[in-house]
Design a protein around this ligand. Sequence first.
Ligand code: HEM
Length: 209
Amino acid sequence: MVEATPELTSTSDSPALAVSVLQMLRTATSVQHKALEARLPLTHADLDRSLYTRIIEAYYGFHVPLQRHIDQFVSPQACDPKRYKVAALIKDLRALGLSDGQIDRLPLCCDLPRLQTQGHLLGIMYVIEGATLGGQVLRRIIADRLGIEADSGGEFLDVYGRDTGRRWKAFLKQLADFDQPEYNGDVVDAACATFASFERWLDRAGVLL
Ligand code: HEM
């Protein structure tokens, strides 16, 4: 569960304290994260291989168009290919028994968060990069309950492996370097919109509790 950092507020007695964009993101998305965590059956006792496969199919249906959306916004040179997650999802779907034809026919989400500014991009990345932290908890659960490891359908949940912490810190540095009060609203709006869009998509896919 994400620790929500209380927003620092100014009063007439105390000078305004700057609230970092990361603190703003944590405060703004903490309820959405908790709601999604509670509704996603990845930690649920009834999770079985079939439901897990449907969840990974739905993740694929969100990440493929989202990655295209990002690629259209930034030049390919500016994208770090190591952050691409679609290849891991395809590998998982194949390991879970889908053919390439079945993967190609999976439905794709059209209701994506708005991406018009660098701030929006960072807000979207906050959600998809942050999810790799939870993935570290989830990958152990999937291994224990379903016997699924990184090479047998669980690669996405462990997409950065031992690099998870280092990559998250690198992203936080990118976020801190961007931090500018006049643009932080875009970052927070995009993060909230990404959580909302992902939850709607998973709901439509019928994989939420
Ligand atoms: C059952 C599902 C999930 C579980 C158990 C879970 C669990 C966690 C855990 C343990 C952390 C690390 C918290 C910390 O170190 O303080 C985390 C962070 C995070 N998770 Fe999840 N998560 C789940 C689903 C998701 C999903 C689906 C998303 C978004 C698509 C998501 C987005 C995030 C973000 C953005 C953070 C970073 C928060 C921060 O440190 O600022 N999580 N999650």
